[in-house]
Design a protein around this ligand. Structure first.
Ligand SMILES: *Cc1c(COP(=O)(O)O)cnc(C)c1O
Length: 504
């Protein structure tokens, strides 16, 4: 059954389709109802394990197979995801994940390969990794790549560890300061701190870009580098980027590029040409692999010649005879960051996406992503304040300031009300330098009809804010749960069977 999205008129009365879910905290297990049957043993029985490895008591849920299926099906139906709703989550690039990626990732030669197999038995898998390294360096203009990091944040760690290794290698130990724009993603300063640096925030100027005077004032011989996102997290292109990178380079620092926002510039501009020394790529965002709720993703890092000696190991290389091998020993490497060869299944999906699109296709992805964001900007500008009134890139940042001032309705309330209309809320209260921020990234995979519906809903919500602000403050009204206690949910998550009981 294809459930129609609730339309504007019926959003107050619609009830979620299908069977109502179980109350959240009830346990379904019943003693004496085991739901499993072990297969007969088809290998020799092993000697019994050492007693220290065994538990006296192993409480497991007891529940029939059908009830297990229903339990997980209900949970899946409650999941709000890109496959069920429009999901304009700024900075996260929730685009459609083409199913051909899944077909490729499930090929036996990819899904069943063992990470400890000798290189000569996994030439195809190594070739895929090698070609992906090449594709990513080609797209970004850099020299070489590592595919190992498990996500964007770990890519940042890899990149900043390489920058640190570069300074240490040159005997330049004074450099302890990393510059980060005040609009940056929180992972940037966190990464710098994990590498032993302290950070200095560089303010944003009146055009939404790095304040060049403040940057110059902070650039001295203690600067290890700068971490920069372009397009930045306001969805704007830093027009003076080459000047920014030259100022940092002139002070002896290196420039780290946060490439999570690559969706705006594929095939249009290469980050290496803007002056970055290295860059991480969120393949799970830009190159469409399923993500959210913590993974799995992959955060390859591409680097210039300067940083190449410090790349993590192992690296995939091609020998003179055309065969592929993993290189484990490189004297200046920052070492291993992740088990085996990183998230191979995700990398296979990203490679498929890149090859399916080709150069022209990738350029079209970015052009359409930018067009869609600017379409929304033009349609919403009269009702929601634009953080900066400029052509945006792949996402736009608007402010709900006016709704708060006029009706006491906050951006959080707008976001919660969107859920009632069957839309995943955009990113809210980020970037931190925009009051009541809504950061909207429509992506290139949405139709004009979907964008138009989003605009109608946003306009309707602004009307509701004027007519009935309480309706928004108590939203969502149509979900299995309403306003959650998000602090307790984050601090005391109940994620497994039996955990609720043990909390009491
Ligand atoms: C998503 C994102 C990150 C972090 O990437 P993860 O894969 O979530 O670790 C870093 N910077 C920006 C701008 C991002 O959007």
């Amino acid at each position: 059954m294809i459930a129609a999205m609730p339309d504007l008129e019926s959003a107050r009365t619609v009830v979620t389709a299908g069977p109502q879910p179980e109350p959240l905290l009830s346990e379904l297990s019943h003693a004496g109802a085991p739901g499993y049957r072990l297969p007969t043993l088809d290998v020799p029985e092993a000697d019994s394990l050492d007693a220290v490895l065994l538990r006296e008591d192993l409480p497991l849920p007891e529940i029939g197979e059908l009830d297990v299926v229903r339990h997980y099906t209900h949970l899946a139906q409650r999941n709000v995801c890109i496959d069920s709703v429009f999901y304009p989550l700024g900075s996260c690039t929730m685009k459609y994940n083409p199913r051909v990626n899944e077909d490729v990732a499930r090929l036996p030669g990819i899904a069943h390969v063992h990470p400890l197999q000798p290189d000569e038995t996994v030439q195809g898998a190594l070739e895929l990794l090698y070609r992906l390294q090449q594709a990513l360096t080609e797209i970004t203009g850099f020299e070489s790549a590592t595919l190992q990091p498990a996500a964007g944040a770990q890519g940042e760690l890899a990149g900043m560890l390489m920058i640190r290794a570069y300074h240490v290698d040159r005997g330049d130990a004074r450099r302890k300061k990393v510059l980060v724009p005040d609009s940056a993603h929180g992972t940037n300063p966190a990464t710098a701190a994990m590498c032993g640096y302290y950070t200095v925030a560089i303010p944003t100027d009146a055009h939404g870009e790095v304040d060049l005077d403040r940057l110059r004032a902070e650039c001295d011989d203690t600067v290890a580098g700068m971490m920069l996102t372009n397009p930045n997290t306001l969805g704007l292109f830093e027009r003076h980027l080459q000047e920014v990178t030259s100022i940092v380079h002139a002070a002896g620092g290196l420039v780290y590029g946060d490439g999570a926002n690559l969706n705006a510039i594929l095939g249009v501009v290469k980050p290496a040409e803007m002056g970055f020394d290295c860059l991480h790529i969120n393949v799970h965002k830009t190159f469409s692999t399923p993500h959210g709720a913590g993974g799995p993703g992959a955060g390859p890092v591409v680097v210039s010649e300067l940083l190449e000696p410090y790349l993590p190991t192992p690296l995939v290389v091609q020998g003179d005879d055309g065969s592929f091998a993993l290189v484990h020993h490189r004297p200046k490497s920052i070492g291993r960051l992740k088990g085996f060869q990183g998230h191979f299944g995700i990398l296979a999906r990203a490679y498929t996406y890149i090859r399916m699109h080709g150069e022209d296709g990738l350029r079209q992805v970015s052009q359409t992503a930018v067009l869609n964001a600017n379409y929304l900007r033009a349609c919403l500008a009269d009702l929601y304040d634009l953080a900066y009134d400029r052509t945006c890139m792949h996402e736009l940042v608007i402010s709900g300031r006016r709704l708060r001032e006029q009706h006491g309705v906050r951006t959080l309330d707008v976001a919660k009300r969107l859920i009632d209309y069957g839309i995943h809320p955009p990113t809210i209260y980020f970037p931190l330098n925009v009051e009541e921020a809504l950061m909207i990234e429509p992506t290139e995979t949405e139709s004009k009809a979907t964008l138009d519906r989003f605009v109608r809903v946003m306009r309707r919500i602004a009307e509701e804010a004027a007519d009935d602000p309480e309706l928004l403050r108590a939203a969502p009204h149509l979900q299995p749960v309403g306003r959650l206690d998000e602090v307790t949910a984050a601090r005391k998550p109940i994620l497994r069977w039996g955990a609720a009981g043990s909390e009491e």
